[in-house]
Design a protein around this ligand. Structure first.
Ligand code: PLP
Length: 489
């Protein structure tokens, strides 16, 4: 119907509905957050499943307010709140408020940064931020990169570039060469490395484990030996992956020494700094990333240590021309003859959110130094956490922290290791369902450890003491009630 306006679609004629909808959502959120006292409600899967299943998706409520109230009950009342200081489980951060303002704009304008004609300045802002990040890494003017959905996609793309670069420099045809390609990484590297190898069509044994030193960092001597072994077997080293901030121990592989070996042997060097990228803006700990400027590709997750809302992440490469090997052109979108910048040439995604604006708003509002200070603060806090655990006879830490994770366990003097291994996962489960604090858990060397991942600068030593006391209380209760036997049965 000519002249009619769809009242629920964003446009210049529906701004009243738009502003009231956004206002209503933020007011409802503020109202709920004011009442939040702990990271989780403690609801079980079954309880929430029933509530979600009870909604009839074919009978709309017809009103944003009514739908929001339903969502508040379903989602907000049982959300896991990363801003709560006793949420110390995974690599999730409380988010920078300027980035949330950016989210409002990104979603409503709905730019897509795949092509210039769907984003205009959006493309230029993203490119400036890639250049800025490349500068922080220490790359020269040839650097390039692209925002991605996360570290997983960044690692995949880094390894895709490595595959193409390697294949371009060997004589064999692709079908013969691909099964011979090898990626060298430690067992501590992120599981997306192995996943990527599969997606890239590499052999099942394509990822070669490089031994670590006692602290869990890649041993450069062992890397050299592993590379020699790969070549002896007639295989071809395609990439070495160093991790700058391993997910469990927060360890940083010796980037500089590894870079030297890769440069000597002409092997693609990828640094997975999904977690450790916050060090790029640290005033006190930037040196921990020394050598990263010699990498061929770097993964950075702004949605981890730059306090950005999910998703906000990038892959940055030292030589931008390496990205050209993966460019694919479509006449309707990004023709070969285009004279404008089309980011889709460099991306695995097509339609893509303008997530870069969140980082832009954060840098323009609070600046990079404050981001670095916040990351330094969580690293400091984790050292305190280590001291607290070490000083408490009921607890033990696996090792001293590097970044902001700490592996520890509740192990009173009379509890043997086997019983402790059985108790810990059950204890963690119990803690989660209490909702007052959330910690992670993992297995190292066959033993189960609890894990603090501290990414909230507002978490205090008092909060951490509270969490330890809560764990002690639950642990004692479980031991006293002899639930070990039940758990083991
Ligand atoms: C989190 C993480 C990833 C994966 O990043 P996502 O953003 O979750 O996809 C990759 N590598 C490391 C070291 C990580 O900590």
């Amino acid at each position: 119907m000519e002249g009619s306006v769809s009242p629920h679609l964003f446009s210049g004629s529906t701004l009243d509905g738009y502003t009231s909808g956004v206002w209503h959502a933020s007011a409802l959120l503020a109202d709920r957050v004011k009442a939040v006292r702990q990271p989780y409600s403690g609801a079980t899967v079954a309880e929430l499943q029933d509530q979600v299943d009870a909604v009839d998706l074919d009978r709309p409520l017809g009103d944003t307010g009514a739908a929001l109230h339903e969502v508040a009950r379903l989602y907000l009342d049982n959300a896991v709140w990363f801003h709560e200081p006793t949420y110390v489980a995974h690599l999730n951060c409380p988010v920078a408020i300027p980035a949330l303002s950016a989210e409002v704009l990104i979603s409503a304008v709905n730019s897509s940064v795949d092509t210039w004609d769907q984003s205009a300045t959006g493309t230029l802002i993203e490119r400036r931020l890639i250049d800025w990040t490349a500068g922080r890494i220490g790359f020269g003017p040839d650097a390039d990169g692209v925002f991605t959905s996360g570290g997983t996609q960044s690692n995949l793309q880094g390894l895709l570039l490595a595959r193409e670069e390697t294949l371009a420099h060997i004589e064999e045809d692709r079908a013969t060469a691909i099964p011979k390609l090898r990626i060298l990484a430690t067992a501590e590297s992120h599981f997306s490395v192995g996943k990527s190898a599969g997606i890239l069509g590499l052999a099942a044994d394509a990822v070669v484990g490089v031994p670590t030193d006692d602290s869990g960092r890649m041993d450069p001597g062992a890397l050299a030996a592993a590379l020699a072994g790969v070549r002896r077997d007639g295989a071809v080293p395609m990439a070495v992956v160093a991790t700058a901030g391993t997910t469990d121990l927060g360890r940083i592989d010796p980037v500089d020494a590894i870079a030297v070996i890769c440069a000597e042997q002409g092997i693609w060097f990828h640094v997975d700094a999904a977690y450790g990228c916050g060090l790029l803006v640290s005033t006190r700990r930037r040196h921990l990333l020394d050598g990263i400027e010699r990498a061929d590709s770097v993964t950075v997750d702004f949605h981890k240590s730059f306090f950005q809302p999910v998703s906000c992440s990038a892959l940055v490469v030292r030589r931008g021309e390496t990205m050209r090997r993966i460019a694919v052109h479509a006449d309707y979108l990004n023709p070969r003859t285009a004279t404008v910048p089309n980011q889709v040439d460099k991306s695995l995604q097509t339609t893509r959110r303008f997530d870069a604006l969140k980082l832009w708003m954060t840098l323009r509002t609070i600046g990079s130094e404050q981001i670095g200070d916040m990351f330094d603060a969580v690293v400091d806090r984790t050292r305190d956490a280590h001291r607290l655990v070490e000083a408490d006879p009921d607890f033990e830490a696996l090792t001293a922290p590097t970044l902001s994770t700490l592996l520890f366990r509740f192990r009173p003097a009379d509890l043997d290791v086997a019983d402790c291994d059985t108790l810990m996962p059950a204890l963690r489960q119990r803690l989660f369902h209490g909702g007052q604090a959330i910690v992670a858990g993992t297995t190292v060397g066959g033993h189960y450890w609890l894990k603090f991942t501290i990414l909230n600068p507002n978490t205090t030593n008092e909060n951490l003491t509270d969490v330890l006391n809560l764990i002690r209380e639950i642990g004692r209760e479980m031991l006293g009630r002899n639930e070990i036997a039940v758990v083991m049965a």
